[in-house]
Design a protein around this ligand. Structure first.
Ligand code: AP5
Length: 191
């Protein structure tokens, strides 16, 4: 089993690269953003609570997303490995994930951290907002809040995994294929 975290700020390409990595390696993709948007689409109570925060560019409470990941892990026994996208986003989430994986006698193998300048992140997200229908992409103020949340609460998650010597930084600007090759090289040397 090989478990990886694709890490990086909003707009760094986690979703784009996840699709390619899943197709290539057969990982089970666990994106908390996708799970939350699905809850919103289905009009659940959790979705309503999450929408309010997501529309303002703020994180959803740890207990909610940790519960979602716990359920997803239980629903997917016997997979080759998990690709975590957009999770963990706080140190509490990272500690909970480590404990959940430990219960299953497994662990995170590597954290691949995409590095993209703030200017490029804003450009990509505003551009996607023209067509995506994502309410958190539509204006620069919400995009700014998402990046701030990342800097205040999420960037520290890399330090958690650096202590375990599991973080590799990958330049996240350039063509999608170039970045995919860099990510694949790191996975191939470890799996
Ligand atoms: P989430 O859905 O996780 O969104 P995000 O982290 O803000 O990331 P994005 O999906 O916007 O960007 P990405 O890095 O996946 O890049 P992408 O490939 O899409 O979270 C949304 C919200 O949900 C959060 O704000 C929070 O409220 C809540 N949430 C989710 N998880 C949570 C958690 N664990 N805890 C608490 N709250 C949580 O690419 C972006 C754009 O760039 C696309 O248009 C793409 O085509 C383009 N692009 C990609 N690669 C390139 C490239 N190389 N060159 C040029 N353009 C590119």
């Amino acid at each position: 089993m090989f478990n990886l975290i694709l890490f990086g700020p909003p707009g760094s390409g986690k979703g784009t690269q996840s699709e390619k990595l899943i197709a290539s390696y057969g990982f089970k993709h666990l994106s908390t953003g996708d799970i939350l948007r699905n809850e919103i689409k289905n009009g659940t109570a959790l979705g309503l609570e999450a929408k309010n925060l997501m529309d303002r560019g703020q994180l959803v409470p740890d207990a909610v997303v940790i519960g979602m990941i716990r359920t997803a892990l239980e629903q997917n026994p016997g997979v080759n490995g998990f690709l975590f996208d957009g999770f963990p986003r706080t140190n509490a989430q990272a500690e909970a994930l480590d404990a959940l994986l430990d219960e299953k006698n497994t662990a995170i193998d590597v954290v691949l951290a995409l590095q993209v300048s703030k200017k490029e992140l804003i450009k990509r997200l505003l551009n996607r907002g023209l067509t995506s229908g994502r309410t958190d992409d539509v204006n620069e103020s919400v995009i700014g809040s998402r990046i701030e949340e990342y800097e205040r609460k999420t960037a520290a998650v890399a330090d958690h995994y650096k202590k375990l010597d599991k973080v590799v930084y990958i330049p996240g600007e350039g063509s999608v294929d170039q970045i995919f090759t860099s990510l694949s090289n790191e996975i191939d040397t470890r799996s």
